[in-house]
Ligand binder design. Sequence first.
Ligand code: UDP
Ligand code: MG
Length: 168
Amino acid sequence: MAVEQTLVLIKPDGLVKSLTGNILSRLSETKLVIIASRVLTVSRELAEEHYAHLKDKPFFDELVHYLMGDLHHTHRVMALVYQGEGAIAKVRQIVGHTNPEEADPVSVRGAYGRITTTGVFENVVHASSSTEDAEKEIKLWFKPDEVVGDIYPTREIVITSVNERVWA
Ligand code: UDP
Ligand code: MG
């Protein structure tokens, strides 16, 4: 089996419901290695880019608001990269089917997901579904130096003038 990387997001419902520990424990069953993690506020641009493949769906706008945290009165998502043999399938197995009602009840989505009255699947976690998606998603959510190891080729650029926020 090939060594793969996969992006996991604990979506705002997972954080608000205090499921972080449970989800990380379930994922640790895979014996995969965490090579990156961050907690962040998701911008509209990031949410729209992450779900760009669904932009023509009727639920796209609500999905973007969901990932931004607007439905859960929080503005946090936890992003992680897991690495190891068959990482994509191993994580998807534990995460479960996209629709929480169709998901195995012992999967994360089966146990904790729900469908909103407007029909959006609040399914607690995201997990990449192919190596192509994983690469695109990891590059979207992390910079090279935020990931342990050289997983994809990088290049150096010279930045002459930057405004950076520092602690006051
Ligand atoms: N989604 C939804 N209704 C659908 C399909 C998708 O609400 O009919 C949401 C759901 O939150 C899902 C996300 O859109 O996790 C991304 O959809 P995708 O088809 O990529 O499923 P995933 O890879 O997350 O299982
Ligand atoms: Mg997907």
